[in-house]
Write a protein that binds this ligand. Structure first.
Ligand code: PLP
Length: 410
């Protein structure tokens, strides 16, 4: 039996032989993380510029979060929701107070939280809006990413998410992103129960809508009695420079969907937040999860959110995001390899001047890794750059120096 690996090559060979090939990782093998840093099995140190797709906003292995995990793990980890535990209610109150909602429903993965939001919106549509049974429609937008379940991919426009995975779930109307008149046309239909959007499309390549789009979406939802279902799984928890990306436009979702950095990357924890009028449409026995709301998750969530508040991570993301984009914009002026820099806070992307089918962005990321910085392309020619939010200004400049050097020499 092989129970340890000592070299990167060994680890990669094992995963290749025994693991499903559902990812195409950058070939580094990591075995330690602390703050903004990761180390590979050979001891090389890297700046993490992906943050596990924004799940590690608080930095790797944050001592406060890890202590909460360890202390709770010694007491009680799982009861299921067949019984009460002494932590869940406290965590529910904590997240409700933090985000300003009356009720919270804990799940595990982001996909599950989105599934929960879909069920809530549909049931609200039938029981409150009066939509005829099985006729409810959720409006989604092109290039969305909400997860990988068969229902969620039914609203996807990305062929790599959908091809050969049908048949698909009906009940979605997919319109252009960042287009208010397309929204109005779709939302005015009486069978629509929800508008399901990301405030910035992270997986698609960090697409930021024009100022005012989210506010207009909120207004249209109110006008047509449609629930605004905001997927802040990647944009939330201080990533874009505010606790929620919706806060930039002072928008309040009817159903708020959170995951990833809710746990600081320690456990899969997601939560759906809504007020009583919406959340209480789901009755006992109609929805649940064995692990959702377990005491370990409850303890971790509170510690992870407390770190975000104590360390003022939203403010840090806002301030350093500006520094970062200024450096990248300056770089763009000095080379034709970058065609666009976009983002908010510390969720940013650069677009590489080559086709999405080319290897250029991948090769640039390989070169970043050689120089001690980890990032990965999305959709071929877009490189998302999203470090943990505990990064310092000095470190941001050091990373910009690496990015600059690699791109100018590529
Ligand atoms: N929603 C958004 C906006 C995401 O970015 C992701 C993951 O990248 C998900 C949902 C899915 O989350 P999970 O991978 O935890 O199911």
């Amino acid at each position: 039996m092989v129970d340890t690996v000592t070299t990167s090559q060994e680890a990669i060979a094992l995963e290749d032989k025994f693991g499903a090939h559902n990812y195409h990782p950058i070939p580094v093998v990591l075995n330690r993380g602390e703050g903004v840093f990761l180390w590979d099995v050979e001891g090389k140190r890297y700046f993490d510029f992906l943050s596990a797709y924004s799940a590690v906003n608080q930095g790797h292995c944050h001592p406060q979060i890890i202590n909460a995990l360890i202390n709770q793990a010694k007491e009680l980890t799982l009861t299921s929701r067949a019984f009460y535990n002494d932590k869940l209610g406290v965590a529910e109150k904590y997240v409700c107070d933090t985000f300003g909602y009356q009720k919270a429903l804990f799940m595990n993965s982001g996909a599950e939280a989105n599934e929960t939001a879909i069920k809530l919106a549909r049931k609200w549509g039938y029981t409150k809006k009066g939509i005829a049974e099985n006729q409810a429609v959720i409006v989604a937008v092109k290039k969305n990413f909400h997860g990988r379940t068969t229902t969620i991919i039914s609203a996807s426009t990305d062929p790599s998410a959908t091809k050969h995975f049908g048949p698909f779930m009906p009940g979605f109307n997919i319109v252009d992103y960042d287009d208010v008149s397309a929204l109005e046309k779709a939302l005015s239909h009486p069978n629509v129960c929800g508008l399901w959007i990301e405030p910035i499309q992270g997986e698609a390549g960090v697409y930021v809508p024009h100022d005012g789009y989210l506010k207009a979406a909120e207004k249209l939802c109110r006008q047509y009695n449609v629930l605004l279902m905001m997927d802040e799984i990647q944009t939330g928890i201080a990533r874009t420079g505010k606790m929620l990306a919706s806060d930039h436009e002072d928008v309040r979702a009817d159903i708020l969907i959170l995951g990833k950095a809710l746990s600081g990357g320690v456990l899969p924890i997601s939560v759906v937040l809504a007020d009583d009028e919406i959340m209480l449409v789901i009755k006992p026995g109609e929805h649940g999860s064995t692990f959702g709301g377990n005491p370990l998750a409850a303890a971790v969530v509170m510690a992870a959110l407390q770190v975000v508040k104590d360390e003022k991570l939203a403010e840090n993301a806002e301030r350093l995001g500006k520094v970062f984009r200024a450096r990248m914009t300056d770089l763009m002026k000095r080379t034709n390899k970058i065609t666009l820099v976009r983002g908010k806070g510390l969720l940013n992307a650069i677009v590489i001047n080559d086709s999405p089918q080319s290897e250029t962005a991948w090769n640039i990321c390989m070169s970043f890794a050689e120089h001690g910085l980890l990032a990965k392309p999305t959709h071929g020619n877009i490189i998302r750059l999203a470090p943990p939010l505990v990064i310092t200004e000095e470190q941001i400049h050091e990373c910009c120096d690496i990015i600059e050097k690699v791109i100018l020499n590529h």
